[in-house]
Design a protein around this ligand. Structure first.
Ligand SMILES: *Cc1c(COP(=O)(O)O)cnc(C)c1O
Length: 341
């Protein structure tokens, strides 16, 4: 398989158009078979509920090339299940798990020349999404749905690889306590654009969101989950129904406990206990694990390992183990890797 001519080691996190996209239509209670298309556009009704009322959800996962040339997807079944949760949450037609996984495989296979080669640090980001369309006016669930997938080769999300990045604490809330924070629906991210821009303007990579009800507890780090490492080597990560349940985080909790012999705690994490953590990180498919150098809170910069200048050994160990698993180089729990054949 001849690869496209890209400077694989230096691609950023922007959209690069590939050869094929996937599309499937739901109408009158059922999905069609779905197909690959070469266009990167969709035509929808001007009354689409996605355009007016945000009836849309998405997923994100990655394909990587292993040393032996195999192309591996990381836990696509978990993305399929989470997209079903999102669909149920905003009354959309659900995509069956098997259809979702097969479509991801079909798409990656068709775009193999865009899958970054082994050892480049880049991967193929896969973006499945689902939204309501059809003629409509009032606020209600759509009568038709489209399930699409596109993909793009990507480098690291936060530039600089395992270089620590800094965050401040947003004055804004991401999601309401009993709202849609726990599902991956578009509206949550529209609400995050302004807080992120303000954080960037103040010199931070992104912002930390606190729990909207009390503003005492940490919820998210931008569009990633938070974790901290205590002095006694415990992996601590927030618990809240308005946090998006990250598959990366869930995987790290298993890796920490089963492979690295750490204690794991999922519990409410107060923003004022930051100084109890010797290391901290942001995790997600895009961020993988990004070390947090420090968090500006209560008029102070609270730094972690090496005064925020270096990645700590525990965050590095978690990162290296997770990425080795994703490349098929470290033993993994059963079912975590799906080969594109
Ligand atoms: C997608 C997402 C994450 C990360 O989830 P992964 O399954 O690990 O990719 C974390 N927080 C938010 C708000 C997200 O949208």
């Amino acid at each position: 398989m001849e690869k496209v001519d890209l400077d694989w080691g230096n691609i950023g996190y922007g959209y690069i158009r590939t050869d094929y996209n996937y599309i499937s239509y739901w109408k009158d209670g059922q999905w069609d078979d779905g197909k690959l298309i070469t266009e990167n556009t969709v035509t929808i009704s001007i009354g689409s509920t996605a355009l007016h009322y945000g009836q849309e959800c998405f997923e994100g996962l990655k394909a990587q090339t292993a040393k032996d040339g195999r192309v591996l997807l990381f836990r696509p079944d978990q993305n399929a299940k989470r997209m079903q949760d999102s669909a149920r949450g905003i009354l959309m037609a659900e995509v069956p798990e098997e259809k979702f996984v097969k479509a991801c495989i079909q798409l990656v296979k068709a775009n193999l020349r865009w899958v970054p080669p082994y050892g480049t640090g880049a991967s193929l980001y896969i973006r499945p999404f689902l939204f309501g369309h059809g003629d409509n006016l009032g606020v209600k669930a759509a009568s038709e749905y489209i399930f699409c997938i596109f993909c793009s080769p990507v480098g690291p999300y936060f530039k600089g690889g395992l270089t620590p990045v800094f965050f401040n604490v947003s004055e804004y809330d991401r999601a309401a306590p009993r709202g849609t924070g726990g599902i991956k629906v578009g509206g949550n991210y529209a609400a995050s654009l302004k807080p992120k821009k303000l954080a960037n303007a103040a010199g931070y990579a992104d912002c930390i969101y606190l729990d909207p009800a009390t503003r005492i507890y940490i919820e998210e780090v931008g569009a990633a989950n938070f974790f901290g490492i205590t002095r006694d080597n415990t992996f601590v990560t927030p618990k809240s129904s308005s946090i998006l349940p990250s598959i990366t985080r869930r995987s790290l909790m298993e890796i920490a406990e089963q492979y690295l012999g750490m204690k794991v705690e999922e519990r409410a994490v107060r923003i004022d206990e930051l100084d109890n953590f010797v290391e901290a990180g942001a995790c997600g498919t895009a961020a993988i694990i990004t070390p947090i150098g420090g968090i500006f809170y209560d008029n102070k910069l609270h730094t972690f390992y090496g005064e925020g200048k270096e990645v700590g050994p525990v965050v590095k160990g978690l990162h290296d183990t997770l990425t080795a698993i994703q490349r098929g180089e470290h033993k993994a729990p059963k079912g975590w890797l799906v080969e594109v054949k």
